[in-house]
Design a protein around this ligand. Structure first.
Ligand SMILES: Nc1ncnc2c1ncn2[C@@H]1O[C@H](COP(=O)(O)OP(=O)(O)OP(=O)(O)O)[C@@H](O)[C@H]1O
Ligand SMILES: [Mg+2]
Length: 253
């Protein structure tokens, strides 16, 4: 079995005594694609906030590639090779599509690039950004201002930014939220291809079960901040507690 990229133990986060994440144990192995699902308010985004260093856990530990990273800030986590997307778009609307990717690349390369003349550096940066954009089918939009993109293309750009730095672990928080069915299918296929093509590890949150079943090697279900179940698509589909968690939430709504 491949080694774990991420191992969390008894991870918890309380907001004024309310346990949004309440004792999660989870291991994610190199190259796996894990879907993290659960009803609204289950604690998925909070879990990402903890793993990516945006929030400090109330208790528990986070080990990334064998190293205890509990409480490290986001910029340290991203330099170590963890990158995340947000449930809500997080791009620079005034910059072009290419510049958005370049910002992410610059942060990564800052140290090594001191050695180069700035013109060589700019050209290399351009080329690298264009390579990332091509991979996501955004090549033609490179010179376009990000603010005028369609909603679906904005989400794609966000994924490009996340993937630009070739992180070992990629956290995607509802990458297809708000997309049309066509856009959703395209993005799902793309994530699948990228996940299959290398050793990158993905944790993806999604409400669209078709996307989940297509992408996930393993599904982890969160409910009230705890892991309610985990397993294959078939196991999760057949799991009575999972069905009740989703139905119960619909009835309450
Ligand atoms: N900063 C915060 N302060 C107080 N409560 C919060 C905060 N962030 C999240 N919560 C609460 O924690 C719980 C879990 O929220 P979270 O956003 O992690 O859920 P989620 O699984 O991502 O839901 P969704 O599917 O709707 O995105 C919710 O009850 C939410 O109201
Ligand atoms: Mg969320």
């Amino acid at each position: 079995m491949k080694p774990p990229v991420l191992a969390v133990r008894d991870l918890a986060k309380s907001f004024d005594g309310f346990m949004a994440v309440d004792g999660v144990d989870l291991e994610v192995r190199v190259g796996e694609t894990v879907a993290l699902i659960g009803p609204n308010g289950a604690g998925k985004t909070t879990f990402y906030n903890l793993i990516s260093g945006r929030m400090r856990p109330t208790r528990g530990s986070i080990v990334f590639e064998g190293r205890d990273v509990t409480g490290l800030p986001p910029h340290r986590m991203s330099r170590l090779g963890l990158s995340r997307s947000f449930q809500i778009n997080n791009i620079f609307e005034e910059l072009t599509v290419r510049e958005n990717v370049e910002v992410a690349l610059t942060a990564l390369h800052r140290k090594s690039w001191r050695l180069f003349a700035s013109r060589d550096r700019d050209e290399a940066l351009h080329r690298e950004a264009d390579g990332v954009l091509a991979r996501l089918g955004l090549a033609e939009l490179a010179p376009t201002r990000a603010g005028v993109l369609s909603y679906g293309d904005k989400r794609l750009l966000e994924i490009a930014i996340v993937l630009a730095t070739r992180p070992q672990l990629v956290l995607l928080d509802e990458p297809t939220a708000g997309m049309t069915p066509d856009e959703t299918r395209a993005v799902t296929r793309l994530i699948r291809e990228i996940a299959d093509s290398g050793d990158q590890t993905f944790v993806v949150t999604e409400h669209d079960m078709e996307v989940v079943f297509e992408l996930a090697d393993r599904i982890v279900v969160l409910h009230h901040g705890r892991v309610l179940a985990q397993g294959s698509a078939d196991e999760i589909r057949a799991n009575r507690a999972v069905r009740e968690a989703y139905l119960g939430d619909e009835q309450e709504a």
